[in-house]
Design a protein around this ligand. Sequence first.
Ligand code: WT7
Length: 631
Amino acid sequence: MKKIKSIEDYHKEYKKSIEQPETFWSEIAENFIWKKKWDSVLKWDFNNYNVNWFLNGKLNITENCLDRHLSSKGNQPAIIWEPNDPKEKALTLTYKELHEKVCSFANVLKNNGCKKGDRICIYMPMVPELAIAVLACARIGAIHSVVFGGFSFNSLADRIHDADCNLVITSDGAYRGAKDIPLKSVVDEALKTCPTVKKVIVLRRTNSKVEMQNGRDVWWNDEIKKVNADCPAETMDAEDMLFILYTSGSTGKPKGVVHTCGGYMVYTGYTFKNVFQYNDGEIYWCTADVGWITGHSYLVYGPLLNGATTLMFEGIPTWPDAGRFWEVIDKHKVNIFYTAPTAIRSLEAMGLDFVKPHKLNSLRVLGTVGEPINAEAWNWYNENIGKNNCPIVDTWWQTETGGIMISPIAGITKTKPGFATLPLPGVQPVLLDESGKELQGNNVDGRLCMKFPWPGIIRTTYKNHERCKEVYFSTFKGYYFTGDGCRRDEDGYYRITGRVDDVIKVSGHLLGTAEIENAINEHADIVESAVVGFPHDIKGWGIYAYVICDRKRDDVEELKKEIIGTVNKFMGPIAKPDKIQIVTGLPKTRSGKIMRRILRKVAEGDVNNLGDTSTLLDPAVVEEIVKGAVK
Ligand code: WT7
C-alpha cells in the first residue's frame, strides 16, 4: 500500500477522496487479498441509515493479517508480549507461529461447536492468547465480542445476554500490577443469568484455584492438544459481521457496535500505515487493552494487516514503579508508542526521576488517543519522552468509527498541542450549530458530524437498528453525529472539546451516567442517584454521585464505602465514584427530569451561576445540595 509522503501529497489524496471517493477507496482496497472482488464500492443512505462497502466482495481478514505474510515475513515477529511481572520472560510469536496458533485454536472452537455467525464472548487478560482467540473467531467467521477485564459480572452478563453468546473464552485469573484478579469466578457469576452459553474455554494464567463446571467448562491447554493447525479461512462477505463491541450510551444499556469484515479491514489497514507512517521492521506499541476499540484496531488488526510487529503489554504503567513504560520501550527498542492522555498525566505527576534512567532513543513517533490532551501534558510528552524529536499524533476517533478519523500524519502534518489537526482522506467532518446548520469557514465552534461515510463506519447496533438510527442519525438529519463538541481554528485545524451528551470520559473510558446510577442503586439503602462528571487533573473527568438514602444512616463514611463497593461489584472498578454526596432530593423539573446542568455546576464548584431554577419542582433542594457539596 502506498503511503502519504508529504503535506502536498496529503492534500492531493484528500481532494481525490472527496471528489472520487469510490475510486479512492477501491484503489486502497486493491492492496488486500480478496477471495472475490467486489461488484460495487459503496451504497449509502444517512436518512434511513444503511451503509454497504465493497458489495459482494468476499474475504477473510485473517488471511490478510497472517497467511499473506507467511512467505515474505514468516520468521519476523508478529507479536512481542511483555508480561506483567518484569521478572517473567517476554515472549515473541513470529508470523508463522501466530498463524499456527490461530489455526489450532480455530479448530478448538469448531470442536466445541462453534460455527460461522455464532457470537463468542472473550473476557481475558492481556496475554497473546487473547489476540489468538480474537483471530481464531475471525478465521471461522464467528463474531467476537470482547469484554474488558475491568468490567464486573453484571456488565459482563448484560453483554453476553445482549449478543446471545453461546461460548465464553476466559482465564483462571489476570495479573494487573500487584493484583491477581479472579476472572473465571466473575464469569461463573455472570453465567447464572445467561442460559445461552453452553461452553466456557478457560486458559491457565495465574494458576489460581477455579471451579470447573462439568460438561460446560474445558481447559484451553487440554483442548489444544486435540487439534492440528490446519484450518482454512472461512469465506466471508464484505458486509458479514466481524465483531460486536459494547460502548456506553445515554441510557443504562450499552450499545453493541457492529463492524463488518471488508470495510473495517480496509480502513484500519490504511489508517494504521498512514497515521503512524509505519516502516517495515519497526516495533510498534499500543498500550490499550484489546477490550477497547483501540486494542482491536491498532493493537491487533491494523498492525497485523500491515505485517508489523505489535507489542502487547499485560501490566500497568505504574508497577513495579512509574518507569515501567519507559523501561519496556528501551527493552524492546520500541519505535512507535501509542497511549492515552490519562497515562501521560499520571506519569507526569510521578516526576522525572522515573523517566531519567531510560534512554528512549529508539522512539520515532508518539501517539495519543481517547480523550482531549491538554497542552501541558502534550508538551511534557513531547519534551521528556519524545526529546523534542518525535512527531505526536493526537488521533481522534470512536468505537463507532472503527478507525482514526482526524489526526496528523506523523512527521508530515504540522502539529499543535491539543489539536487532532486535519481529517484523514475520506473523512468529511462538518460543525453544526444547534439548529443543524453547517458552520462555514474557520474560527467556529459546533457539534462534530460527518456528512459522508468511510469504510470503517458503524453498520448497526446489534439486534437494534432503530437505536443506531436514533443515536447517530436522528439528531441532525442526513449526518452522522459524533456526540462531541469541536472547534475549527483559524488554520482549519480541529480541536475536540469533549462530550455534549450524558456520557463521561473517565481516564479515557467512556461511561454512561445512567449505567453508573443503575449500579449505585443496587445498594439496598439507595433509592435514587444522579451521576455527573467534574474536571479531574489526571483522569480528565471524575465521577460525582448524588445519592438519596432511604434510611437514616449516621455512618456516612461507611455508607460511601459501601456504595463504592457496590459499584465495584456490579459494574467494575473503572466506574468507581470519586465523590459521593448524600442528598434528600434531586433538582427535578415538573415533568420529573433531573436538571443535570445544576448538578454539573455544583460538582465543578461553580455555584454562583446556577442559571434559571424557576422551573424546578422544589427549588429548595438546590440550596441543600450547594451547602453539602463535596470539595
Ligand atoms: C470518544 C470516543 C478513540 C478510540 C478510543 C475511545 C473521545 C477520542 C480523542 C482525541 C479528544 C477524543 C471523544 C470521542 N476522544 N479520541 N484524540 N481528542 N477526544 O473510543 O470509547 O468510543 O470514545 O473519546 O469524546 O467521542 P470511545
